[in-house]
Design a protein around this ligand. Sequence first.
Ligand code: PFF
Length: 454
Amino acid sequence: MQNSERVGFASKLGAILAAAGSAVGLGNVWRFPYETGNHGGAAFILIYLGCVFLFGLPIMIAEFTIGRRAKASTGEAFKKLAPGTAWKYVGYMGVLTGFLILGYYSVVSGWTLEYIFQSATGNLLGKSADDFVAMFNEFSQNPWRPLIWLVVFVALTHIIVVKGVQAGIERASKIMMPMLFILIVLLAVCAVMLPGAVKGLEFLLKPDFSKITSDAVLGAMGQAFFSLSLGMGCLSTYASYFNRDTRLGYTAMSVCVIGTCISILSGFIIFPAAFSVGIQPDAGPSLIFITLPNVFQQAFGAVPLFACISAILFYILLALAALTSTISLHEVPTAFLHEKFGFTRSRAAWLVTTGSLIIGVVSSLALGDWNDVRIAGMNLFDALDFLTAKIMLPVAGMFVAIFVSWKLDQKKVREEVTNWGTLRAPYYPLLIFLLRYLTPIGILLVFVNELGWL
Ligand code: PFF
C-alpha cells in the first residue's frame, strides 16, 4: 500500500500542518478552561505547564522518532521497530483510545455547529447570562438536536477522511488558524476589560497552592496529553510522512508552544468573562458555551451586526479547529483497520464512523436523559473522558518514552533527532534523560498518588 493512500499528504508541509491541526482544537479552547476551572485556576496552570514541557515535549519528540523511523501508522510502527514483541499493543491501545475520544469529541464539535447556527440567526443577541445558561441546558438536554449536529460533524469528518482531501483542509487551516489566534487575542482583550474581570485575572494568575490535590495533578497531566494529541499514535502516524530534513525537536517545540499559548489565551477570555457575569468557573464541559456568548454580547452588543459576525466567525474557526482534530482521531483507527485487516479504506472508515457515532450518541444522551447512569460517580460522558484522557493517554505516553529511550537502538534515535548528524541538537542528552527516567517515573507517581498509595 502506498504511503500517500494512508493519510493523503504528499508534502512535508502538509504533514507538519496536520500535526499542528491535530493538536490545536477543542482541547485548548473548550477542555483547558473547564479543567482549569474545576481545579482552582493558577496553581493548576503551573502544573499543566510543567506537564507540557517535562512530559509532553519529550514524548512528542519520541512519537515523531517512532513515526519517521518506522514510516508506518502507529499500529504497524511498533511491530516494525520491535518485531515479535508485545510493544505492538502500545500502538493498538492508541488506536482504541483515538476511537473512543472521537466519539465524545464529536459531540462537542457538534455543539460548535449549533452555536454557528444560533449566532447566524441572531439568537445570541440581547440575552442575559442566565439566558445563555438556560439556552445551553435546553440544547444539550434535548434528545435530538445535539445528535443531529453530531451526525453532521461525523459525516463531515468521514467524507474528508474517505476522500483523502485532508491536505486541502490542512492548507486552509494554515490561514484559518492564525485567524483563530488573532480572534482569540482580540476576545481576550475585550474580556479583560469587562466590569469585574479582575477577579477572573486573579483566578488565572494568583496561585492558591492549597488547590493542588492529586486530582488536580492527574487532571493537568491528562490535559497535557489530550491537548498535544499524545499517547495515541496520531502524531507518530503523521510523522511517518515527515522528510529527512524535518527538525523533530523544533517541530515538537513549535506545536507545544502554539498549543499552550492558545490554551492560556482561552483562559484569558473565559475567566474574566465568567467572573464578570457571575458564572461559576467550575461549570464543567458547558463552561465556554455559556460564557463566550456573554463576551460577544457585552463587548460588541452596541453594534449588533459586529457582534453577530464576530460570533459566527469565531464558531466557524473553532469548528474548523475541531475538524482538523477529528480527522486525525478518525485517521488512526481507519488506517489501522485498513492495514491490519485489509479492509478497503472506505469500509474501514465506515466502521470507524459507525462506531464513533454509537459512542457519540451515548455520550450526548449522558448529558441529558441518561444523566443518571453513573460510573464511579461520573456520567458516561465524563467517565469516557476520564478513562481516555487521564488514564489511557498517559499510560501509552509512558510506554512510548520507555520504548524510545530503552528499547530502540540509541544510534537510530540520535539519527532521527539530529537528522543524521546534520543538526547539533545539544539538548539530546537531556531528552534521553527525561525519557528514560523523569517522564516514566513522573507519570507513574501521578497515578500512584491519585490511587492513594502515597
Ligand atoms: N489535541 C486535540 C485538541 O486539543 O483538541 C484533541 C486530540 C486530537 C486528542 C487527536 C488526541 C488526538 F490524538
